[in-house]
Design a protein around this ligand. Structure first.
Ligand code: CA
Ligand code: CA
Ligand code: CA
Ligand code: CA
Length: 254
């Protein structure tokens, strides 16, 4: 069957290169069963204050943290957690809602054993590439302790503050805390100590890797539980800080 209509030729001419350019959304770099989260676009920047009174939060779905990566069984008075995501061109925003019976920040130095305080961990892989991110910026793991700083490991293999990437505020509401975070998004080209790192401009259709977790300590020397949003197969479930293949897919929608 020949193509006689010039418009069909035009369509073909446009579609063929697109099909070659657009990456097939293969999941070969991710484990099976990842969360697929659709984040709605906010009409304007949100106020990061631990109060979810922006109307856009009503449009976003909750995703639970129910995967026990470390520690014994826990009660729902001890810990419950869930999160939502929305976005603007400039940032993604996370709203976390947590039940935690005792709030603890015993390591006052933000770079010391920060994962053994009550900590909100946000794992972000800008291009959903998966792969190793332990000592590179293929992905970030922002560790937000109760002091609202964001710590991750740098390419020098040492903990460092990435607090300038985030704005973080939490407030207590009855027996829950609401934690609001904005995050600037950077690619894997990010360089520690450089002053010219470019933030990514976000748009609808973009897919990023995302995983959220909470380190719950209620008075022990080490954290008592580590509970995340993604199923981790096999032994050694605390490996999200190394393997971005565990992250779920975060799709930005209009
Ligand atoms: Ca707010
Ligand atoms: Ca607790
Ligand atoms: Ca990446
Ligand atoms: Ca706690």
């Amino acid at each position: 069957m020949g193509i006689t209509d010039p418009k069909q030729w035009l369509t073909l001419a446009i579609m063929l290169p697109l099909a070659m350019i657009l990456p097939a959304h293969s999941d070969s770099n991710h484990y099976e069963g990842r969360t697929n989260y659709q984040a709605p676009q906010a009409p304007q920047a949100l106020v990061v204050d631990g109060v979810a009174d922006e109307a856009i939060w009503q449009k976003a779905a909750w995703q639970v943290l129910d995967q026990r990566w470390l520690g014994p069984e826990y009660t729902k008075e001890d810990f419950q957690g869930r999160y939502k995501i929305v976005w603007t061109q400039n940032k993604i925003y996370l709203l976390g809602e947590f039940v935690d019976d005792i709030l603890i920040d015993t390591h006052r130095d933000p770079l010391t054993q920060y994962w053994d305080d009550d900590t909100l961990e946000i794992f972000l892989d800008e291009d959903y590439s998966g792969g190793d991110h332990q000592y590179n910026h293929n992905a970030f793991t922002y560790h937000l302790s109760l002091d609202n700083q964001a710590i991750d490991i740098g390419t020098d293999k040492k903990p460092r503050s990435y607090s300038d990437h985030v704005e973080s505020r939490w407030q207590q509401h009855n027996n829950t805390i609401l934690w609001e975070v904005s995050i600037d998004v950077y690619t894997d080209a990010y360089r520690d100590d450089a002053s010219d790192n470019q933030r990514v401009s976000l748009s609808a259709g973009k897919v990023m890797g995302l995983m959220v977790a909470y380190c719950d300590n209620d008075g022990s020397e080490l954290r008592e539980n580590f509970v995340g949003s993604e199923f981790v197969p096999g032994e050694g479930k605390d490996r999200g800080w190394i393997d971005a293949g565990l992250f779920g897919a975060l799709t930005l929608v209009e």
